[in-house]
Write a protein that binds this ligand. Structure first.
Ligand code: ADP
Ligand code: MG
Length: 254
């Protein structure tokens, strides 16, 4: 494995004439947890979506596990990647969204089995056993047969995390995973994420949960206006921010 799992260099992304990412550079090492903070509209979701092939970048480069995201290199030249290669890369990256995005017509267990069976061609019995294990890991084996509508938002989000884990990703992306939850349900989801971090999962987490960032993140990155304004340890960025924009943002959320 490479020293760096994610390397973003000068990443640019525009929608029409509006440049949303204006040269974002950052690196994430294997096993590291990076928390990405920033005001609404600063480009956090766009950046995650670029890493996960949901958006195509207009400039710079992103590498995950040594692979160039979205492009292939042959004989020193760069080509657009074929769809097959894109799906291969995407299989290594799990993503958990603000809205839980579970398949409504499938039980919790079936949601978790769906991609291993459908995409990875894992045998149903093996996928089922693994799905139970994962439900146990997120504290939900007792609701294996429930449909999403029968679960609380926090439970749905934990199923979504289990579903992402079922593909054995080398990287997990979280986009404000607790923002849509009732306050009393946030803790259980953060506890699952904290446990994943302790187990060595590499994670990039967009969040406004400063307490979580302080206790779990190896690196905190503050973005504003499509650029990285400040990055460093939680102690540096959260407790001793250097940039006035970081200070103003932290005052608004803490
Ligand atoms: P954040 O997640 O930090 O709130 P986003 O990445 O969602 O920020 O959005 C950054 C900017 O890009 C915003 O101004 C948003 O309106 C714009 N944007 C996001 N997605 C699209 C899109 N699909 N088309 C046009 N503009 C978009
Ligand atoms: Mg967002």
């Amino acid at each position: 494995m490479t020293e760096t799992l994610v390397r973003a260099s000068n990443v640019r992304k525009s929608y029409g004439h509006v440049e949303v990412l204006k040269g974002v550079s950052l690196t994430v090492k294997p096993g590291e947890v990076m928390c990405l903070l920033g005001p609404s509209g600063s480009g956090k979701s766009t950046f995650l979506r670029c890493i996960n092939h949901l958006e195509r970048i207009n400039g710079g480069r992103i590498e995950v596990g040594g692979d160039l995201v979205g492009y292939a290199r042959r004989h020193g030249k760069i080509f657009e990647m074929n769809p097959r290669e894109v799906s291969r890369q995407r299989r290594g990256i799990g993503m958990v969204f603000q809205r839980f995005n579970l398949f409504p017509h499938m039980t919790a267990l079936e949601n978790i089995m769906a991609a291993p069976v459908g995409v990875k061609k894992v045998e149903r019995s093996a996928a089922k056993a693994r799905a139970y294990e994962l439900l146990e890991r997120v504290g939900l084996s007792h609701v294996a047969g429930h449909y999403p509508a029968q679960l609380s938002g926090g439970q749905q989000q934990r199923v979504a995390i289990a579903r992402a884990l079922a593909m054995d990703p080398e990287l997990l992306l979280f986009d404000e995973p607790t923002s849509a939850l009732d306050p009393e349900l946030v803790g259980d989801v953060l506890d699952v994420m904290r446990q994943l971090a302790a187990d060595g999962m590499t994670m990039i987490v967009v969040t406004h949960e400063i307490g979580f960032a302080r206790s779990v993140a190896d690196t905190v990155v503050f973005m504003d206006g499509g650029v990285v304004v400040e990055a460093g340890s939680p102690a540096e960025v959260l407790d001793n921010p250097q940039n006035p924009r970081t200070v103003a943002f932290l005052n608004s959320v803490m």
